[in-house]
Design a protein around this ligand. Sequence first.
Ligand code: ADP
Ligand code: MG
Length: 333
Amino acid sequence: MAITPLLKVDNLSIGFDNDDGLVRVVEDVSFTLERGQTLSLVGESGCGKSLTAFALLQLLPPFGKILSGSVCLQGENLASMDEAQLQKIRGNRISMIFQEPMSALNPVFPVGVQVAEALILHKGMAKKAALKEAVGMLEKVGIPDPASRAVNYPHQLSGGMRQRVMIAIALACEPEILIADEPTTALDVTIQAQILDLMHDLQENLGTAILFISHDFGVVSRMADDIAVMYAGRVIEQGSSSDILLNPQHPYTQALLQTTPRIDASLDRLPAIAGRVPGPRRRPPGCCFAPRCSVAVDCCSKQRPERLALSKSHIAACHVLDSSKQEVSHAHG
Ligand SMILES: Nc1ncnc2c1ncn2[C@@H]1O[C@H](COP(=O)(O)OP(=O)(O)O)[C@@H](O)[C@H]1O
Ligand SMILES: [Mg+2]
């Protein structure tokens, strides 16, 4: 019997239904996340990564809704759960950390109290024990002198330390899944590397599965087991980390990788991909990347490319790839 995946997302589509009418923002996203694994969603800003993450927790912004598809946590569809059931899952079995920890921390309480609150809420600990455990948690996430840091307020800590506090809160309940949405984007490179190492270590020790969201392949390459590349609301290429990093097939993935500085290269800014991601109401009828694509052919602007399985683990949606594959099969057939 096949083992039920920890998290399975099938054909998830998300839209907004407001005064301007219904607009589809995320279309047909599918992936699975296994225990102890890291799946990365990567793509430029505006591609639908954060909305996908919020949809997993059934926490879309006002007017946002899941239009179709399912999100199953160990086989149970979160979309069919009521609010009480979802509250037991959020922060308990699935936790989330964000780019800007300041906005998620409460400015008027010491950070130790905020970690303790998570322990009281999700683990039912008594206040005194929770405060003591909170100091232990702060130590675990690498905060020096945790006992005296615990009584500091968020504004008294650096950005890197605040993100460590957020990770401590997110991990307080030992979640099965941690969603990390651009967790290091606001931090400088050295601190960024420390936070990634920390997440790695915690994952090894606790077996947490991580959905790691980033616009930066440099960061993703340090974290991911599997990678899904999103463009304009769709997953356009998906595979193991080596499929995507060593053998990228979609022109968007290739372009995005080319604009990622290599760790050993000088830190000069590389040119970004010319043009920008079309907004949800401006998506062209064909491949959304066609207007920016250097190898686009005629049909790219007319028809949406289907996803094509390149190997057991590797999928891409691109007409140019389609036709080259067909040529190959003609040549051999
Ligand atoms: N609250 C909202 N109302 C309407 N549209 C939204 C809202 N939030 C996001 N969107 C649309 O969804 C797109 C994807 O957003 P998001 O998931 O935040 O992208 P990413 O995280 O990849 O940068 C945005 O470009 C925007 O057009
Ligand atoms: Mg985002």
